[in-house]
Write a protein that binds this ligand. Structure first.
Ligand code: 26V
Length: 837
């Protein structure tokens, strides 16, 4: 060590020199430390990344910029938790296996009201801000609607100053990246955390221990569960800030990572087994490595089962510890804690909370049960039978034996009550039992969640109705007071203010900016639908958004689309019930019309599809292939140029949605009625001024009610008609009696779209004709085409179109997640805002 630096270190420990003096002494130059935005950014580049300002790359710039924004919110974040700790309000815990949050930087800047400052700073520092924002990977910690809803809810809860926290898993690999080759979907791992994430904070001091009656081993490259061999796992929390709009409240999203208790096994290490010493660490850490990418079939994966328990065990241990730090009486738990279960995935919270209350707090059964039920609430997100979770009873027996004991006792008492209330009705007893009998006995997680909580809600009026009257009818008859509806919503901050600045400005100029936190105010736009000047401004904003999207598409993929054509979109997970295939059939019919009658009058149209198929969902992958082949066939036909274009945009994610939705004219919400619980993209399109062509399903029904059915393009069978016609429905009838339907199908089956791959679309024939067309595509095709015609005719009259589009935006006020959260808070959680001082 040189004398100079020795002197410096001596002086530092003596506390005689200030930080900035010291740094000046070492030649740090013009960096400012006064906490100005200017200084923060350079400081992060130099001291976190050890980078010369002049050569910093875009990724380093992003990290430094994001860290500067985090600096701005840090103290507010601390103060938020401090306020909650002092005020000891009732806290809300949202437990979810998925949080599809996407990118955070632009969202946090907007919610902190720092947009102007950020732009100014970027200008001064010669930073390409849009390019810098592109450096942030999407946090794809979810499959689709359920995960994105959780993210919108976090935004609303923070904005509404509710003392809330999200609990989830910190998957190292989020939803896979999708690429398309020869029309087929390929999956690549999404290693989104490869580079340091500027938002997360590891909280090692809040680590928890989870005990399991199983261990893990790596076998043939994949993780295997060895039952009956007790082991502990550590849960390490990583916190992410959730910035409320206005920056007053900064809540926390706490994501757990699994780790082995000892960093490595010293005994094995010193006995020469270097590899084996690390094996336990490696295997334990594999538990939270990947998000399950299948959103329908719980494929019976033991690892997913342990993931769910791990989330529950870590989160309950954490929130119970927090409760105990300010409270002493267990009976007050329901007055201080509300736990919302996002689907059945975290429903092991029922027996786990019972276990804590019985075995750790030593309460009696009745008291523990009363507290558990009052604390927990459950949201159902799907009626699809294949998505209702059931876990083999033996898995509980082998891996979580104490939980099984508790579940069986819950069930024994439940069935006693059922028999007491419905004597002699053994059919009902069998249906309501938490245990499904059979060759493989299974635990029905939905039954467990309903029995163990005080509230069960669906996510749109029709869905809650079907849940009550069909899916879990017996439970609704026995516990009618538990069932309620909470129609979904989305955050207008991310989905309008941030995603569509042109429309947002148009709205703010005419009604003020109150709509950003009181979205019902968009209702004030209603009279403006009849204002010619406003319609023109509105059309201009839409045209600008379309042009911007077209430019982006051109620069990133080389593809050209015409912003003056109708942008018609269907973006969501690829599923038979969502009927991307119905949309494709519509396009084949339009294509046939143009081929047989080139003179036909038709607005130029661009059809956008995007969405991922579960890797094991064969037919969904064939549907993607079909859409891509349809696109390339149409592209290859000169007669279609300028008239019809189809695009399948690869790798649908939150960021892509933020670009595409503002640019859309038409939103397709065309699920078989009765199958889409709510839908949430439907709401995003609506608030961005797209018109909806859709079936009477999910929240689309309520959207049409709000905007007026005359401003919607509804078509097709109702849920009731679908149910009533199941027994006699025959797709062949439509094939035989509707010429355009037949011609479209014949063209597909003739390999017109698969000239070099004959027969690839045989599975489509199987599902649509040979296997009875379960989702009734052919039944709805004719009315879809009629609605499409009406829609196209209207587009020719731009002012008539704008009028309806404005009435849609004006009618979208109900679909803010703020409204949804206000209902959860009032009806289910009984929780109030806790403003930060
Ligand atoms: C199920 C499974 C099964 C095991 C593997 C992983 C996994 C992941 C997710 C699911 C359930 C998916 C249910 C879902 O996403 N439902 C959607 O929820 C949205 C928000 O409420 C709603 O708008 C959609 O209509 C509904 O399909």
């Amino acid at each position: 060590m040189s004398t100079k630096s020795m002197a410096a270190s001596t002086r530092v420990s003596a506390g005689k020199v200030t930080e900035s003096e010291l740094l000046k002494q070492y030649g740090c130059g013009p960096v400012q430390f006064a906490g100005t935005d200017n200084g923060l950014y350079e400081r992060h580049l130099i001291f976190d990344n050890v980078t010369d300002l002049k050569v910093a790359g875009a990724r380093e710039q992003f990290e430094a910029f994001a860290r500067s924004v985090r600096d701005v919110l840090s103290q507010r974040w601390i103060r938020t938790e401090d306020t909650y700790h002092r005020a000891n309000p009732k806290r809300i815990y949202y437990l979810s296996m998925e949080f599809l949050i996407g990118r955070s930087l632009a969202n946090n800047i907007t919610n902190l009201l720092l947009d102007d400052l950020a732009k100014q700073a970027a200008g001064q520092k010669h930073i390409d801000l849009p390019g810098l924002l592109e450096q942030e990977p999407d946090a794809g910690l979810g499959n689709g609607g359920l995960g994105r809803l959780a993210a919108c809810f976090l935004d609303s809860m923070a904005t509404m100053q509710l003392p809330a926290m999200g609990y989830g898993l910190r998957y190292e690999y989020g939803i896979f990246k999708q690429s398309i080759r020869d029309g087929w979907q390929y999956e690549q791992p999404d290693n989104w955390l490869r580079r340091p994430d500027p938002w997360e904070v590891a909280r090692l001091q809040d680590m928890v221990e989870v005990r399991l009656n199983c261990s893990f081993e790596i076998h043939g490259g994949s993780l295997r569960v060895i039952a009956g061999q007790p082991a502990s796992l550590l849960g390490i929390p990583f916190d992410r800030p959730v910035v409320g709009h206005g920056g007053k409240t900064i809540n926390t999203l706490r994501l757990w990572v699994a780790a082995a208790p000892d960093y490595f096994n010293f005994q094995r290490f010193s006995s020469g087994d270097f590899v084996g010493a690390f094996a336990e660490t490696l295997t334990a850490e594999s538990l939270t490595r990947v998000l399950y990418p299948d959103d329908t079939t719980s494929m019976g994966q033991g690892l997913r089962f342990i993931q769910e328990y791990f989330l529950v065990a870590c989160s309950l241990a954490d929130l119970v510890r927090r409760f105990q730090s300010s409270n002493t009486d267990w009976n007050t738990l329901p007055e201080k804690v509300a736990i919302q279960l996002n689907d059945t995935h975290p429903s092991m919270a029922v027996p786990e909370l019972m276990r804590i209350l019985l075995d750790e707090a030593h309460l009696g059964w009745d008291q523990a049960w009363n507290i558990t039920q009052k604390t927990l609430a459950y949201t159902n997100h799907t009626l699809l039978p294949e998505a209702l979770e059931k876990w083999p009873l033996v898995w509980f027996e082998k891996m979580l034996p104490r939980l099984l004991e508790i579940i069986l006792e819950i069930n024994r008492r439940l069935l006693d009550d059922v028999r007491a209330q419905f004597a002699g009705d053994e059919g009902r007893v069998a249906r309501m039992s938490i245990v499904e009998e059979g060759t493989v006995r299974k635990i029905r997680m939905a039954n467990l969640a309903i029995v163990g909580s005080h509230s069960t809600n669906g996510v749109a009026a029709i869905h809650s109705g079907l849940l009550r009257t069909m899916t879990v009818k017996d439970f609704a008859e026995m516990f009618p007071e538990r069932f309620n509806n909470k129609t979904n919503g989305v955050t207008p901050r991310r989905w309008l203010l941030l995603a569509n600045p042109m429309l947002a400005n148009t709205i703010t100029k005419s009604i003020g900016d109150g709509w950003t936190t009181d979205f019902a105010q968009v209702g004030k736009l209603k009279p403006l639908a009849d204002d010619k000047g406003f319609r023109e401004t509105f059309l201009k904003a839409k045209r600008a958004a379309k042009a911007q999207f077209a430019d982006w598409l051109k620069s990133t993929s080389g593809q050209t689309v015409d912003p003056d054509s109708i942008f018609d979109c269907q973006v969501k997970r690829i599923h038979e019930y969502k009927r991307q295939l119905l949309n494709a059939l519509r396009i084949v019919v339009l294509y046939n019309r143009l081929r047989t009658n080139p003179g036909v009058d038709m607005e130029p149209r661009t059809f956008f599809f995007a969405g991922k198929a579960a890797p094991a969902y064969r037919l969904a992958k064939v549907i993607i292939k079909f859409i891509n082949n349809l696109a390339s066939t149409i592209d290859g036909d000169p007669a279609m140029r300028g008239r019809l274009k189809v695009l399948f945009l690869p790798d649908y994610c939150v960021s892509l949605a933020e670009r595409l939705i503002p640019a859309s004219d038409v939103s397709n919400q065309i699920s078989t009625a009765g199958y889409e619980a709510s839908g949430t993209s439907n709401m995003k399109f609506m608030m961005n001024g797209a018109l909806t062509i859709g079936t009477r399903d999910g929240a689309t029904i309520e959207m049409a009610e709000e905007a007026g059915e005359e401003n919607f393009f509804l078509f097709g069978l109702t849920a009731q008609q679908v149910a009533d016609s199941r027994s006699w429905y025959n797709p062949h009838w439509h094939y035989d009696n509707d010429a355009e339907t037949r011609e479209a199908l014949d063209l597909i089956f003739s390999d017109h779209f698969s000239r070099y791959e004959p027969g690839v679309f045989a599975p489509l024939r199987d599902t649509l004709l040979n296997r009875g067309d379960y989702y009734m595509h052919l039944a709805d095709l004719r009315s879809y085409l009629e609605a499409d015609q009406r829609l196209c005719d209207l587009y020719a009259d731009q002012h008539g179109w704008a009028r309806k589009a404005i009435l849609n935006v004006a009618g979208s006020g109900k679909f803010s997640s703020d409204r949804t959260i206000a209902e959860y808070a009032a009806d289910i959680w009984k929780a109030k805002p806790c403003p930060v001082q």
